[in-house]
Write a protein that binds this ligand. Sequence first.
Ligand code: 5GP
Ligand code: 5GP
Length: 278
Amino acid sequence: MHHRVEVLIFSPNQVTNKATTESLLCPFFQREVATDFDFFYFVQQWPGSYCDTKQSCCYPTTGKPVADFGVHGLWPNYNDGSYPSNCDPDSPFHQSEISDLISSMQKSWPTLACPSGDGLKFWSHEWDKHGTCSESVLDQHGYFEAALNLKKKTNLLQALKSAGNTRFQHFPYDTYYRHYFYTTVSNKSKGKKKMFTGIQPDGEFYSLNNIKAAIKDAIGYTPYIDCNVDQSGNHQLYQVYLCVDTSGSNIIDCPVLPKGRRCGSSIEFPSFGNVAED
Ligand code: 5GP
Ligand code: 5GP
């Protein structure tokens, strides 16, 4: 049964006292009542790919972001693939509600759209369009904090970097290693006497399956990868989608795959200035 049907019976606004609710309703039913969406997509973007397109990018007024994945958004979704948006025009974005988070947001959720901005427009857009649809679970502060915590917890760049090394430790056989090396790194690198040092933003091509496997190895869940196209027409690693339960804190298997653009079997991981320190 769909959640929206439940909402007609008990609107989230009616469920104001958690203790009372728990005593009245069984845990399953209470969960159904308390949320009006099924899960979140947590979407992170690679700045090198955002910038490496015809559209180009503008660095934030607060400075060039470090070479790391940045948050794009935390999006409430339904299990059938559809999603609510702009749920509460009476709940505008207020910088004052998240003043303690602003410096982390500048670092972890930088805006790359042109013209350059300080991020407030991007965050306000994400709150209005998506955040207002999970207000039954997370208020404005809780929403942005949840996204920042997820970014820290997933540490995608490190997950990709440690790819291969883990496998090498598990399978210390030269033949396997050589096979893994040659199937992972692009044609450009074949023949170079370079040890495989994981999946890095070095402008090389990597297998989509190896990218997914590296993230699954590190995080425990397979991501969905969304590609865009660079100026020469190459598919590149643009966004990484993970699914998160309605609390906004636990990564889960995706109930439904997002509709993002498909990638080829081998995709570019563009550089973005200096790579962030470990
Ligand atoms: P795009 O067409 O660039 O993939 O998506 C445009 C915007 O639509 C996204 O930035 C996001 O705000 C919204 N969007 C796209 N796909 C989804 C989805 O599967 N779930 C949710 N909740 N929003 C989406
Ligand atoms: P969505 O695609 O989430 O609905 O909307 C993203 C909006 O935020 C667009 O209007 C886009 O121009 C703006 N925006 C500002 N900075 C960024 C950024 O760094 N990445 C993305 N994807 N959109 C940004």
